[in-house]
Design a protein around this ligand. Structure first.
Ligand code: TXA
Ligand code: MG
Length: 314
């Protein structure tokens, strides 16, 4: 276990250093357009196991494998017309595809938690792209936060949760989407929504020409979608129109608060601010009340994360 976490930047020399650490089997956090990931070589069982240890994840949930290009994805999975359509429309970008693993693939079984499928993503963030291209292999990466806590959208968030537990963080400022990727699985050749996320489902539906079935109605499940997640220290109350005594209000649109997700009621801005604002309110301490967020566009993913932040905890 490394003593101190190296704080790297997005310079070519630091990207080389980060890639070398990954080759040595170490854990490196890096920015994507959604959230900061906690990366390890997806072919090395010990390195993947170290991700679970650093996060304090209670069980081996399957992880997303990050790749530099669409063409590489086809070497790991059985490709299909739907996969091709979605990959060409939305990769690189905030979309993850769960697809059947090909025989003879080189990924550690820990990455997929022994499932016959694997979650793949080609991120759009230029620094993630450079790191993946320089490393030259598949990188398994969950969000770089201790298990169950708020996801990180800055390198400071990563360090506040994992300093001393990981080899390095590549700091390239805040993530512009701010919510984890949308996860799509396949039932036959039909796409189903496994997790709402940074790519609005309406955009995916426009490409597919049909409505996505919701996770509850699927036979495929997204394991690891624990109910309580993204939890700040204080209790969270949703759909609040004003704060009760002692509560810190997180506003949206005209509903004012200590912080506002988007004064203009812009859901893209609200998504980008969500985790950062929760981190800030968490530092101030005390229970949090959150204004109602509409259920369209990125609002679906924002409400999903808020519901988990407000869920009863063990
Ligand atoms: O934006 C993101 O997706 C970020 C960045 C770092 O890429 N990553 C992320 O990873 O959110 P994580 O580990 O927090 O979430 C991965 C989720 C798992 O909880 C699980 O639900 C789903 O992906 N998943 C992974 N493999 C799967 C599989 N074979 N079948 C179904 N769901 C799977
Ligand atoms: Mg996560």
């Amino acid at each position: 276990m490394p003593a101190a976490t190296q704080h790297l930047t997005a310079t070519p020399a630091d990207i080389d250093r980060a890639a070398a650490l990954l080759r040595d089997g170490e854990l490196v956090s890096f920015p994507t357009e959604t959230v900061y990931g906690l990366g390890a070589d997806a072919r090395k069982g010990e390195s993947v196991a170290a991700i679970y240890e650093a996060k304090g994840r209670p069980s081996f949930n399957p992880l997303i494998v990050h790749l530099a290009e669409v063409s590489i994805a086809k070497t790991y999975v059985d490709w299909s017309d739907t996969a091709d359509q979605l990959a060409h429309s939305f990769w690189p970008g905030p979309l993850t595809l769960v697809l059947p693993l090909r025989q003879g693939h080189s990924l550690s079984p820990l990455v997929t938690a022994g499932l016959p499928t694997v979650a793949l993503r080609v991120p759009a963030h230029p620094t993630a792209q450079k790191l993946l291209a320089t490393f030259g292999g598949p990188v398994a990466a969950p969000s770089a936060n201790p298990s169950g806590r708020i996801s990180p959208t800055t390198a400071q968030h990563v360090l506040s949760g994992l300093d001393g537990r990981i080899a390095a963080v590549v700091d390239d400022g805040p993530c512009n989407v701010g919510l984890e990727s949308t996860i799509i699985g396949l039932q036959g050749d039909k796409a189903v929504l496994l997790r709402a996320g940074g790519l609005p489902s309406e955009e995916i539906e426009a490409v597919l020409g049909y409505s996505l079935a919701l996770p509850e109605t699927n036979s495929i499940t997204a394991p690891g979608q624990l109910t309580s997640h993204y939890a700040p220290n204080g209790a969270v109350r949703l759909n609040a129109t004003c704060a009760k005594k002692g509560e810190l209000m997180l506003g949206f649109g005209p509903i004012k608060g200590v912080l506002n997700l988007s004064e203009n009621g812009d859901l893209i801005e609200a998504a980008a601010n969500l985790f950062g604002h929760l981190h800030q309110l968490d530092k101030m301490g005390g229970p949090i009340a959150v204004a109602p967020i509409p259920m369209h566009g990125l609002g679906r993913a924002i409400n999903d994360r808020l519901n988990r932040a407000a869920a009863p905890r063990d």
